[in-house]
Design a protein around this ligand. Structure first.
Ligand SMILES: O=P(O)(O)O[C@H]1O[C@H](CO)[C@@H](O)[C@H]1O
Ligand SMILES: O=c1cc[nH]c(=O)[nH]1
Length: 250
């Protein structure tokens, strides 16, 4: 066991999906994985391992915000030898180019968090996605859209803003960020990308737009927990198509 994850060595797969919401983790495990088993309930931050198309996958809740995610990701990398993590989160759209339920595959994550400023003594570090996972997620999204035809959620690749505040202290900054290409706001990806770089592992964040900062449209908590399956299937395809080592269910 690690400090915050109640799993034995080998209980967690090399590839992990990571929603903020532990109940979304449970829904993903019950909906998408075969033979899913819960390996931790410490602090209610549920984690499961099962198989998807015969390959081992884990799903681990991160909690909300970068400090919480960093606890789980540090322990996954150092105590459980996890190789790749794809965050499957929700986000708020900052621009009318995006609609509620659209997907954002985050190529990089701006942040107002002090975590990297402390680590880099004032230098601005640029947290970016793993290119292979990003490429494979974009390809999986395009293939699904081509098979399905018109009507599914639009998929955007670009920058997001990982904020320490759900209730923005300076909401007027959103328009300036949009001018510089930022599409949406969430609360964890910058720490995930930074820790993956630090540990030489792979990370990506895919988020579904749950709220629209411009129009005020929003989804319910039940929808955020149990209906964002398109991003989950794209994440599973990207994580396992890229051939993460040790994912074989055999
Ligand atoms: O739905 P999750 O994955 O938790 O992500 C978003 O939702 C939470 C805020 O409601 C934050 O964690 C934010 O990043
Ligand atoms: O507006 C939103 C929606 C989801 N997550 C956030 O951090 N902000």
């Amino acid at each position: 066991m690690s400090t915050h994850i109640g799993a034995a060595a080998g209980d967690i797969a090399p590839f992990v999906l990571m929603p903020g919401d532990p109940l979304r983790a449970q829904w993903i495990a019950e909906t998408f994985l075969d033979d899913a088993r819960c390996y931790t309930q410490v602090r209610g931050m549920l984690g499961f391992t099962g198989t998807w198309q015969g390959q081992r996958v884990s799903v681990q809740g991160s909690g909300m915000g970068q400090p919480s995610l960093a606890i789980y990701v540090n322990e996954l990398f150092t105590d459980y030898a996890v190789e790749s993590v794809i965050r499957v989160g929700s986000c708020g759209a900052l621009t009318e180019r995006l609609a509620v339920r659209d997907l954002v595959i985050a190529s990089g994550a701006c942040t107002d968090s002090s975590m990297n400023r402390i680590a880099f003594e004032g230098l601005d570090y640029a947290p970016v996605a793993d290119f292979g996972l990003l490429r494979d997620a974009a390809a999986a999204a395009a293939a699904r859209a081509a098979t399905r035809g018109p009507g599914g959620p639009a998929v955007h690749v670009g920058l997001i803003f990982s904020s320490d505040s759900f209730y923005a202290a300076r909401p007027e900054l959103a328009a300036r960020m949009v001018d510089y290409g930022v599409l949406a706001v969430e609360m964890e990806a910058a720490a995930l990308y930074t820790l993956a770089a630090r540990h030489g592992r792979r990370a990506l964040a895919i988020c579904t737009v749950s709220d629209h900062i411009v129009t005020g449209e929003e989804t319910t908590s039940h929808e955020r927990e149990q209906t964002f399956g398109e991003m989950v299937e794209i994440a599973l395809t990207a994580g396992l198509v890229s051939g993460a080592p040790g994912t074989s269910g055999a």
